[in-house]
Design a binder for this molecule. Structure first.
Ligand code: GLU
Length: 482
C-alpha cells in the first residue's frame, strides 16, 4: 500500500513549492490507489504564523489535491498536527537514550557559543564537540536530579558512510564524520524537525518520502534515526527545486510564490496544475497540455529529471489561455464571477463572454478587455484621424453618414450581419480602404484599437449606445475643426 505525504510548516503563505511537491505525492498515491496524507509540521514555534494552516488547505483544495488523512479530515493516525503529538516525540527520544543511540546534553548556551567561536577561529565547521556524549551515569544522574535543562542528541557513528538510495538520484553517500550529533529534542521538549519527521513518517506508515532537494542533506540524519529505532526505511525521492529565471532558488523577490495569489490573479487551477506537472517532468507522449487524470496515469518518479525546472510565467500564461478557451461559456461565466468588474450589467456580462474568450490570458483580464462595453469612453480628434488618415471634416462626414444609416435600422434589425451590411455599403460610397473606415468606426465606438469583432461588439452595445458614441465622436471632430 503506497502512502505518501506532504508535511508543510505553517509559516505564512501556501508556497508554490508545496503545490509542486503535493502534486507529485498526490499523483503517486492516486495512481497506486494508495493514500495521500497531509501533516502539519508546526514545531518551529518561532516561525509559526497563526492561520497559515487554513491557507494551506484552502490552496490545495483550490487545486483539487484532496488528501485522505490530515488535520482537516482526521484519520487512523490522528492527530496530524505535530504540536499535538509532543508526548510521542518525547517518548521516542527517551527510547533512543535507553538504547544508547542518543544522549542527554546539558551544555549551556554559553558553552555552546564558546566552542562555536573557537571553531570559527580555527576555521572549522561549527558543530557540537560531543562533550556530553561521554558523561558517566553518575554525572548524568546529578544533572537530572538538579533539574538542569537538557537536550537529547543523536549518537552519530563517528566512522563509516550513510548511503541514501534516492529514486531520482541513485545512491547518495554521506561520510558520518561530516555529521553533527543532531539535537532531537529541545530543552523546551519540542522535537526538532529531524526527530518529528522520522517518528511521524514511521508511525503514519509513509512508504514514499517525496520532497524538495533542500532536504537531501537531512536525509542521512533521518536514515541514522530509522536505523537507531530499528525501523524499515521508506523510499526517498528528492525533487529538483523550482528556480527563478536566473537559476536562483524561487523566491518572493523574483516571482509570486503564493499559490492563492495565482487564483486571485485569475489563473485556473487546471492550468497551474498542468504547469507544475511539467516542471522537471515530461509526459511520455510529449504532451504539453494534459489534465490531472492524465498526469495520475502517467506520472512516475523515474521520469523526474534532475535539472532544475525554471519558472516561466509566459508558459503559464499560455496554458491558462488554453484552459480558458476549453471552458464552455457557461462554465467560464461561473469562473469569472469573482472578476465581474464594477458597473458591468449582468446581461452585458453574459453577452460579452464569447466575444472576449479568445483574448483572455487570465480571468482578471476580463475588466481591461471589456470595460468599454459598460463605461464611458474618451476620444480625441487625433485618435480618429490617425485611423481614418483623412481630415477631421471628412472623418466626421463619414461617421455622420454611417450614423444616419444605422438610425434607419429598427431595433430588431440590430444584428451583426445587418450592421456589417450597412458598414460595407458606406465603404462602397467612399474612396477609403476597409481598414481606414472600420478602424475609425472601431475607435469611435470602443475607444480602442484592439477589440472583439466590430459588428458583434456593436450588436452587444445596442443601438442607443452605438448612436450615442458615434455622435460623441463626430462632435469631438467638429469641435476641433470649427
Ligand atoms: N516541514 C518540512 C517543510 O516545511 C517538511 C520536509 C519534509 O517533507 O520532510 O517542508
Amino acid at each position: 500500500m503506497v502512502r505518501t505525504r506532504i508535511a508543510p510548516s505553517p509559516t505564512g503563505i501556501a508556497h508554490l513549492g508545496t503545490a509542486y511537491t503535493a502534486l507529485r505525492n498526490w499523483a503517486l498515491a492516486r495512481r497506486e490507489k494508495g493514500q495521500f496524507i497531509i501533516r502539519i509540521e508546526d514545531t518551529d514555534r518561532d516561525r509559526y504564523v497563526e492561520g497559515a494552516e487554513k491557507i494551506i488547505f484552502e490552496a490545495l483544495e483550490w487545486l483539487g489535491l484532496d488528501n485522505d488523512e490530515g488535520p482537516n479530515v482526521g484519520g487512523p493516525h490522528a492527530p496530524y498536527t505535530q504540536s499535538q503529538r509532543l508526548d510521542l516525540y518525547k517518548k521516542h527520544a527517551q527510547k533512543l537514550v535507553k538504547k544508547d543511540k542518543a544522549y542527554y546534553c546539558f551544555c549551556t548556551k554559553d558553552r555552546l557559543e564558546k566552542i562555536r567561536l573557537e571553531q570559527q577561529a580555527r576555521k572549522e565547521l561549527p558543530r557540537y564537540d560531543r562533550h556530553c556524549r561521554h558523561l558517566s551515569p553518575a554525572e548524568i544522574k546529578k544533572h537530572l536530579s538538579a533539574n538542569d535543562p537538557y537536550v537529547v542528541r543523536l549518537k552519530v557513528p563517528q566512522k563509516g558512510v550513510t548511503v541514501a538510495h534516492d529514486v531520482i538520484r541513485g545512491e547518495v553517500k554521506f561520510e558520518n564524520s561530516g555529521l553533527d550529533d543532531q539535537v532531537l529534542l529541545k530543552s523546551d521538549v519540542y522535537p526538532t524537525y529531524h526527530l518529528a519527521v522520522v517518528v511521524d513518517d514511521h508511525l503514519m506508515k509513509i512508504t514514499h518520502i517525496i520532497r524538495g532537494e533542500e532536504w537531501l542533506s537531512s536525509t542521512p540524519k533521518h536514515i541514522l534515526l530509522y536505523q537507531a529505532f530499528g525501523w524499515k526505511l521508506p523510499i526517498f525521492a528528492h525533487l529538483p527545486i523550482i528556480r527563478n529565471q536566473d537559476h536562483s532558488k524561487m523566491s518572493k523577490r523574483h516571482n509570486d510564490v503564493s499559490i492563492l495569489s495565482y487564483r486571485d490573479r485569475g489563473y485556473l487551477p487546471e492550468a497551474l496544475n498542468n504547469f507544475l506537472a511539467l516542471m522537471g517532468w515530461s509526459h511520455p507522449a510529449k504532451k504539453e497540455v494534459f489534465d490531472l487524470q492524465d498526469f495520475v496515469t502517467h506520472f512516475s518518479l523515474e521520469r523526474v529529471q534532475l535539472t532544475a525546472p525554471v519558472f516561466d510565467l509566459t508558459k503559464l500564461n499560455w496554458l491558462n489561455g488554453i484552459y480558458i478557451r476549453k471552458l464552455p461559456d457557461a462554465d467560464l461565466a461561473l469562473r469569472l464571477q469573482p472578476f465581474i468588474p464594477p458597473g458591468c450589467p449582468d446581461d452585458i456580462f453574459k453577452k460579452i463572454i464569447p466575444l472576449v474568450k479568445e483574448r483572455l490570458v487570465t480571468l482578471a483580464d476580463f475588466e481591461s478587455l471589456t470595460e468599454f462595453f459598460y463605461r464611458d469612453i474618451k476620444l480625441t480628434t487625433k485618435d480618429l484621424t490617425e485611423q481614418s488618415r483623412h481630415s477631421a471634416p471628412d472623418t466626421a462626414k463619414a461617421l455622420k453618414q454611417f450614423t444616419h444609416d444605422l438610425e434607419k435600422l429598427s431595433s430588431s434589425a440590430w444584428q451583426t450581419q445587418k450592421l456589417d451590411a450597412v458598414g460595407h455599403a458606406i465603404l462602397k460610397s467612399l474612396s477609403w480602404s476597409p481598414r481606414e473606415l472600420f478602424m475609425t468606426i472601431r475607435v469611435a465606438v470602443t475607444g480602442k484599437e484592439a477589440t472583439p469583432p466590430l459588428f458583434e461588439t456593436m450588436e452587444v452595445l445596442g443601438k442607443k449606445e452605438v448612436i450615442k458614441r458615434l455622435n460623441y465622436a463626430s462632435s469631438r471632430l467638429r469641435r476641433d475643426f470649427r
